[in-house]
Design a protein around this ligand. Structure first.
Ligand code: AP5
Length: 217
């Protein structure tokens, strides 16, 4: 299966991708996670991406397309789950071309729908582990000990782009440049809209219900 998970910043894409890959054995490819790794390693790519990410804008298409098409080539036969990519119509067109060159296509798109007020609260309350990448929330998904990762006992941190000003810019960027992708995929493929303004486990169950039905057909 080759799937794209669409949704605004903070819609719960990363949270649900973790559930999906465990259940269906797909490779999770998150453009945001790959960029953060590049930054942590101080690579040239990471340095180029830094200012765009910190301001809440998008990293230029040519950088992202090269990075993600390379990552997709290493995916297993079971397939992959794209999170955060594509994010512009141009990225989607280039992704389709690259997949077609390898006789592949996107099977379907899951679109997590949540309004801006909800996602802003989710993002500003997010805390993550700098070591293992586990994601928590100060109200909805608390670690066992406040501020400490359950997995490795490391102190949790807030992402530098999770401040209210940058979040406002990320939402603006999403509506202007990424939301048009929903129409692109409605015209060129299949999009399933899912109500993501529910508890994380309920959203997970909605996704599994939809995917199980698709796997059976
Ligand atoms: P990226 O890392 O992709 O960020 P994003 O799309 O803004 O998404 P987030 O990671 O913020 O949110 P999420 O939907 O994964 O939510 P999560 O599950 O963590 O991109 C970062 C930057 O990199 C971009 O701004 C851009 O600069 C650059 N970039 C990346 N890809 C690019 C591309 N293709 N082109 C150009 N530039 C690119 O959940 C959020 C919080 O809410 C967590 O605390 C979680 O615990 C909680 N939560 C989750 N679900 C629920 C729920 N159902 N109820 C209550 N709380 C919940």
């Amino acid at each position: 299966m080759r799937i794209i998970l669409l949704g605004a910043p903070g819609a719960g894409k990363g949270t649900q991708c973790k559930n999906i890959v465990v259940q269906y054995g797909l490779l999770h490819l998150s453009s945001g996670d790959i960029l953060r790794q590049e930054r942590a390693q101080g690579t040239e790519l990471g340095q180029k991406a830094q200012s765009y990410m910190d301001s809440g804008g998008l990293v230029p298409d040519e950088i992202i397309i090269e990075m993600m098409t390379k990552a997709i080539k290493g995916a297993p036969a079971a397939g992959f789950l794209l999170d955060g990519f594509p994010r512009t119509v141009n990225q989607a067109v280039e992704l389709d071309k690259s997949l077609a060159d390898n006789e592949m296509m996107i099977d379907f798109v899951l679109n997590l729908q949540v309004n801006d007020d909800v996602v802003a609260k989710r993002i500003t309350g997010r805390r993550s582990c700098p070591e293992c990448g586990a994601v928590y929330h100060i109200e909805h998904l608390k670690p066992k000990a406040e501020g400490i990762c359950d997995n490795d006992g490391i102190e949790l941190v807030q992402r530098p782009d999770d401040t209210p000003d940058v979040v406002a810019n990320r939402l603006k960027t999403y509506h202007q440049q990424t939301e048009p992708l929903v129409d692109y995929y409605r015209k060129n493929g299949t999009v399933y809209d899912l109500d993501a303004d529910r508890a994380p486990d309920e959203v997970r169950d909605l996704i599994f219900e939809k995917m199980d039905a698709l796997v059976r057909t």
